[in-house]
Design a protein around this ligand. Structure first.
Ligand code: KG4
Ligand code: ZN
Length: 342
């Protein structure tokens, strides 16, 4: 079974071909350089760049995979959540190809894609599913805890009430004039810093639920930066200490809520997904938690599969078909769903 998957929910134009669960290609054209100077993604610019790149990216995905559209059984496309006008470009293209070549269309939830990224492989299709799992999804747009009972059976048990963790990394990086995206920059600096040098309050630590909040931490970090600027020499070691303190506090919030969820939901493993899953500090903390609880820890096996890519959408679509997960089959009813949720 071969699937062409298309992903345009944010600032990567991506297409992938999967064959019987094995990724043959996963082409990503990133727009980061174009959005950089604005410190975040500009939707109208994202839409224009997706339109410019989509055909080239799909063509390349077929070339690398050594196949063509006649050979494809399904076309999968991200239908949400994401930026409406960006999602629209991928959906429009997927529908056009679906009608022209008479291939069934599969709408895929972007967050489900981030979960299945942990099971994406270029060599062996993952078969060792052993439910239930807890999924921790951490990206620029989302911070969620999702209980996965089976293929297609997801329950969101907690989410951010305001900013996402990746967004907080991006904003702190912007405050420090370090560039975009902030996650890799802040986490690299944090390695050289002292996370106990300053103190920031861990948000939501006493709240009796699995929700998150990052807007207060962002404001507190901004206040801390201004205070330090008045009293200390604002050099690289000071900036590293701020980065380390911010990262410690942001990740600690995740760990507190995750531990609470793992206390109350019996699972066989933790799945980590989303752009922030590339963070090695977070991964090492999670690895320890999973080890102490004797549960498995799964995360994407390459950086490419952490941030947005069509390979994860292809993997999700493959598992949906293989496991008879229901989805909307009427092409006229498939449309962008910017606020799609589990
Ligand atoms: O999943 P993604 O590509 O896009 C969304 O769906 O949001 O995630 C992008 C986010 C950005 O906020 C970026 O700063 C963050 O992931 N990120 C990281 C790291 N690499 C990317 N955050 C922390 N540490 C990293 N190493
Ligand atoms: Zn994403």
């Amino acid at each position: 079974m071969k699937i062409l998957a298309i992903e345009t929910s944010c600032d990567e134009t991506s297409a992938s071909i999967i064959s019987d669960g094995i990724l043959l290609s996963n082409i990503i054209s990133t727009q980061i350089e174009f959005h950089k100077k604005w410190g975040g993604v500009v939707p109208s610019l994202a839409q224009r760049l997706h339109r410019e790149k989509i055909d080239i990216v799909i063509k390349r995905a077929f070339t690398i995979a050594g196949t063509n559209i006649e050979d494809i059984d399904y076309i999968a496309v991200t239908n949400g959540p994401g930026l409406a006008i960006a999602l629209g470009v991928g959906i429009e293209k997927a529908k056009e190809l679906s009608i022209k070549y008479n291939k069934p269309l599969i709408p895929v939830n972007h967050m489900m894609g981030h979960i299945y990224a942990a099971f994406s492989s270029t060599s062996n299709p993952y078969t060792n599913f052993n439910f239930p799992y807890m999924a921790l999804l951490v990206s620029g747009g989302h911070t969620e805890l999702v209980y996965m009972k089976n293929h297609g059976e997801f329950t969101k048990i907690g989410e951010t009430l305001d900013d996402a963790i990746g967004e907080a990394y991006d904003k702190v990086s912007k405050m420090l004039d370090l560039g975009y995206p902030g996650g890799p920059i802040i986490s690299k600096l944090a390695k050289e810093g002292n996370e106990k040098k300053y103190k920031l309050t861990i948000p939501m630590r006493l709240s009796d639920n699995y929700n998150f909040s990052y807007s207060g931490l962002k404001t507190a970090t901004s206040r801390l930066i201004n205070q330090i600027k008045e009293t200390e020499n604002f050099d690289k070691s000071v900036i590293s200490n701020i980065a380390a303190t911010f990262q410690y506090t942001a990740v600690e919030e995740i760990l507190i809520k995750l531990q609470k969820a793992l206390d109350n939901y019996e699972v066989v493993g933790l799945i980590l997904g989303g752009g922030v899953s590339a963070n090695t500090y977070l991964r090492s903390k999670l690895r320890k938690i999973c080890k102490s609880r004797n549960i498995s820890f799964m995360y994407p096996n390459s950086k490419k599969l952490c941030t947005d890519n069509a390979g994860m959408i292809a993997t999700a679509a493959y598992q949906m078909v293989k496991n008879n997960v229901e989805y909307e089959k009427d092409i006229n009813k498939i449309d962008r769903e910017p606020d799609l949720s589990f």
